[in-house]
Design a protein around this ligand. Structure first.
Ligand SMILES: NC(=O)c1ccc[n+]([C@@H]2O[C@H](COP(=O)([O-])OP(=O)(O)OC[C@H]3O[C@@H](n4cnc5c(N)ncnc54)[C@H](OP(=O)(O)O)[C@@H]3O)[C@@H](O)[C@H]2O)c1
Length: 334
């Protein structure tokens, strides 16, 4: 697979693999043996960028995903870039499917979390370590200071911020240069395009999470699609409601038409569209399936011209579009 550079020097595959859904938010955790095989196949296909977090798990096994990657990717550790995240926990008192997040960006929390992640991921360093959400109660300078100390200690080599805004980035970079933001970005959620000039100026990469709008942009889901209640966030995501499926038909038809023209699939067009926007954007779609893993990897071969990207943007600006999931609520610290 083609490669891209995040920040000044972090080389990753043009499409990374978001591993969250193997353990969290997409129904009960997947079979460990199958996912171990899938992760090995991902390395074979050329994926070198793997995304996890300390909170990707289940109530029974809260760190399921890091443990899975720690075992499955151990044989390939030297060939890959491992990214994890710290600084949130779920509000377990909530009965919501997607439980609210409680941020904690205190230096002592970050350092403790890093030790746990290193252990579970079977490694002596993380290549990219994000603060998962900004904690409004802790000045970002303190969080950045902790990341700087982790870099100096050799425990991480790069750091990033998930759901970052301009002001936080500018302040954080003064303490310790930020390599990447990891924000939501897809054809259905384009708010962070406004951040592109800032990222360009500060030389920060953009890792796009939920780049397929949680799978919706693949055009493979319809009113008969069933999602496990209680464990699959898609059961409460607005884009998967019957009304939204109707409302989005014109957009999906358009995507299918372009896909046909380019000998690609709607999911590949969705990824190729953001790859064409900036050379420092790296989508990290998630999947539990071999065929989709391959399909998403091959999106890096689909070239869209500037004109095609402009036409797609114009279509997205004007076509009827439903609401899309915007993330779980972030609570004040308890
Ligand atoms: N920083 C954050 O706060 C944050 C938040 C959310 C996610 N993330 C990261 O971003 C990664 C990706 O986000 P995401 O998983 O929420 O959303 P996504 O990548 O937009 O969508 C994943 C869903 O799409 C399906 N899918 C994937 N490729 C497909 C294809 N080619 N055709 C049809 N369906 C396809 C998958 O189903 P199957 O498994 O059935 O293929 C899965 O249900 C996560 O794994 C995680 O690492 C980060």
């Amino acid at each position: 697979m083609k490669k891209r550079i995040l920040g000044k020097d972090l080389e990753v595959s043009a499409v990374g693999l978001g591993c969250m859904g193997m353990s969290h938010a997409y129904g009960p955790a997947a079979d460990k043996k199958e996912m171990t095989e899938l992760l090995a196949q991902a390395v074979e296909m050329g994926y070198t960028f793997f995304d996890t977090a300390e909170v990707y798990g289940t109530p029974e096994n809260p760190h399921d995903n890091e443990e899975l990657l720690g075992t499955a990717l151990r044989p390939y550790r030297d060939q890959i870039v491992l990214a994890s995240k710290c600084g949130i926990r779920f509000d377990e008192t909530s009965s919501a499917v997607n439980k609210p997040l409680i941020p904690d960006g205190r230096p002592e929390t970050i350092k403790k979390s890093a030790e746990g992640s290193l252990k579970r991921l079977n490694t002596d360093h993380l290549d990219l370590y994000y603060i998962h959400r900004i904690d409004k109660n802790v000045p970002i300078e303190e969080t950045a200071g902790a990341m700087k100390e982790l870099i100096e200690a050799g425990k991480i080599t790069h750091w990033g911020i998930s759901e970052a805004d301009e002001d936080t980035l500018r302040r954080a970079c003064k303490v310790c240069p930020v390599t990447a933001v990891q924000n939501r970005y897809s054809m259905m959620y384009r708010d962070y395009e406004a951040l592109f000039p800032v990222l360009e100026e500060l030389q920060i990469g953009f890792v796009a999470f939920s780049p397929l709008a949680n799978g919706f942009l693949s055009a493979k889901y319809n009113k008969d699609s069933k999602f496990a209640e209680g464990t699959d966030y898609r059961s409460v995501m607005p884009q998967f409601s019957p009304e939204a499926i109707d409302k989005n038909q014109e957009m999906l038809r358009y995507l299918e038409e372009i896909a046909d023209k380019k000998d690609a699939t709607p999911a590949q067009i969705s990824l190729a569209w953001m790859l064409a926007k900036k050379p420092w954007i790296v989508p990290i779609p998630g999947t539990r399936k071999y065929g989709r893993l391959l399909e998403n990897a091959q999106a890096s071969e689909v070239e869209l011209t500037d004109q095609e990207v402009r036409e797609l943007d114009k279509m997205l600006d004007t076509v009827p579009m439903s609401e899309v999931f915007g993330g779980s609520r972030v609570e004040e610290k308890k």
